[in-house]
Design a binder for this molecule. Sequence first.
Ligand code: FEO
Length: 447
Amino acid sequence: MKISDSIKYIGVNDHEIDLFEGQYDVPNGMAYNSYVIIDEKIAVFDTVDARFGEEWKANLKAMLDGREPDYLIVQHMEPDHSSNINLFCDEFPKATVVASERAFIMMKQFFGRDYADRRIVIKDGDTLGLGKHTLNFIGAAMIHWPEVMMTYESSEKVLFSADGFGKFGALDVDEDWACEARRYYFGIVGKYGAQVQKLLSKASGLEIKTICPLHGPVLNEDLGYYIDLYNTWSSYGVESEGVAIAYTSVYGNTKKAVELLADELRALGCPKVALSDLARDDMSEALEDAFRYGKLVLATTTYSGDIFPFMHNFIHALAEHGYQKRTVGIIENGSWAPTAAKKMKAMLAECRDITFTDTTVTIRSAMTDANREEIKKLALELAGEYNKTESENKGVKYVCEICGYEYDEAAGDPDNGIPAGTKFEDLPEDWCCPLCGVGKENFKKEE
Ligand code: FEO
């Protein structure tokens, strides 16, 4: 993969991995990206996972044309990127290692060497010239570890973004960016929204043409799309309207309740209902959905006086990842002493800006007719705004008594600057019939 005449990709794809970071299922593998800038001086950006050292070294040598690298820039010390630092330094004994102070401490901890005799310690704002290219280092602590530095190369306007803008999936698999980038973001970086916001604010002052992350594809088109998504994710904003429902069910009764809720929500015009069975589906997908949509329903059974284990783990993961600014509804099931709702609310108490629905549904073993009514009520609370928008706008028309023109609130009058959804009473006083030109007073509501 060519990034420019001087900047080359030398990373590897991993299709052997079972779980990334020991917990994330990666059905399409993983890419460990690495780059080299060829100039008067040669700089290599990060290494790759331990199992791919020889392949990476061969990729690097193929780009060097017999020259030796001058610098190894270590942006992040997590072993998926740092495991071949010693291999590099042994192969190129004249090269200097460039990293933050914290990174050198971790280097010693992980790999036993910190290169005190051949290193440059960098901090936020430092620069390093390579010839035509200049590296500008940007402190990016906690995206995703404390030692992280990103690098902006100012001549070609390239941001080397470490884990930022990364995703799951190897580069030889064609797949949607946002889906696996979102799961990666909320699983791995999600807790550090404030730090990502700070970085985005710093980056807003830079002209960026290309983003080179340590995972996932190089981004060089429509960068506003990716940056906007990162802004939404890191500010815990709602990316998509809809309701995520995460549930566990032992004998199928809680499942029937959430399926009824999902049907009711859809019938009320909810744009998306995302159901996750926490015992069977990928927990990181459920987590991603909880952050993606504006509303969440948690449904589970009381279990040993507490919450069913998968739900317990899920709520723990929500809190751990900084879940906030959402509306949450609860369905609990308990055959003799239901306490799950109380326990779930207590676990969510550490999450900021959570609003619980007025309706909490308590099922005792199997749904009753009263439960069905409660679920309808919960659906109305959750989907009220979607439903309201539809019903408010549906079929409300005003007819011109002079020429018969119909003003439809759902459609508005866009040719005359009136947006769809504008109520007749909110039309400007000087608005007039687009057909015959008479004023609003000549219109009558259609029955
Ligand atoms: Fe890709 Fe935080 O390591």
